[in-house]
Design a protein around this ligand. Structure first.
Ligand SMILES: [Zn+2]
Length: 271
């Protein structure tokens, strides 16, 4: 059978009760007329369709973004230097694959079901008990899935998960605020997942590492030079020179330490 061809109607059955489904042409989000389950009709099969309810409102989303910007991953004072240029809300689709791992532990694999620049989405921890039946009133804010289930299954398989281990497959729409912000003439995108309030971003103005590396190299270089004093002294002088060199090395080391410490503190305060 051509996998791209739509399933015959007789094979479209509710995942919950098994009743036959008769979606309209092109209809993908379906509510079972028999049991009321929300299902998603993919080209290849029918799966449950869940949604997560938001607990975070628009103001709280901005506050969470500011909190993340003030954190340690991003450049210093990003929360004050960045300008939020837009904020939108939508339900973003994820493919949800549940399986049993070692010790009967449940493992969840997520794959984006639509295009996104924030691939961090698949590392979300979904609060499992909070999944609700997808409600058609969300349609206006829901991004339709554009990644076929088969493609998502291939991605999961590439990560070493055999399809046979998957015990539950579903489409989940998660509430997400997309915030765009400008910093130094560049625009960045961050997501605030509105069920748990987690902030996600792939690309952001990160703390520069070069100054830390430089400070580390300076410190290492100074102490290496000091350590060479007794070695050189022993090579060019007699046996007592080594002791003298050692004394000079220790003395200068004690003198240099506060300056090097101050350099490290200065770098930490600036970057
Ligand atoms: Zn049903």
């Amino acid at each position: 059978m051509d996998p791209a061809a739509p399933l015959p109607a007789a094979q479209l059955r509710c995942t919950q009760c098994g009743a036959e489904l008769h979606p309209d042409e092109g209809q993908r989000f379906v509510t079972c007329p028999n049991c009321g389950s929300a299902v998603y009709v993919d080209k290849t099969r029918v799966v449950f369709h869940w949604a997560l309810a938001p607990t975070v409102n628009a103001d709280k989303a901005r506050a969470l973004l500011a909190q993340w910007m003030a954190g340690n991953q991003t450049v210093k004072d990003l929360d004050q230097k960045a300008q939020i240029v837009s904020q939108t809300f939508e339900y973003f689709p994820l493919w949800y694959f549940k399986r049993r791992g070692a010790g009967d532990r449940e493992i969840l694999d997520l794959e984006p079901a639509a295009a996104t620049s924030v691939t961090e989405l698949k590392h979300l921890q979904l609060p499992a008990g909070d999944l609700q039946k997808y409600d058609p009133t969300l349609d206006a804010q829901a991004v339709p899935p554009t990644v076929p289930l088969d493609a998502a299954l291939r991605w999961v398989a590439q990560r070493g998960v055999p399809a046979v281990e998957i015990t539950e497959t579903a489409l989940v729409h998660i509430p997400v605020y997309t915030l765009k912000y400008a910093y130094l003439n560049q625009t960045y995108t961050a997501l605030v997942e509105a069920a748990t309030g987690r902030t996600l971003a792939n690309i952001f103005p990160a703390k520069a590492e070069a100054p830390y590396v430089l400070a580390g190299c300076v410190t290492g270089g100074v102490f290496l030079a000091l350590a060479l004093i007794p070695v050189i002294a022993a090579l060019v002088g007699d046996e007592s020179s080594f002791g003298l060199g050692l004394a000079i090395c220790a003395g200068l080391g004690v003198l240099a330490a506060p300056f090097l410490f101050a350099l490290a503190a200065w770098v930490a305060a600036k970057v």
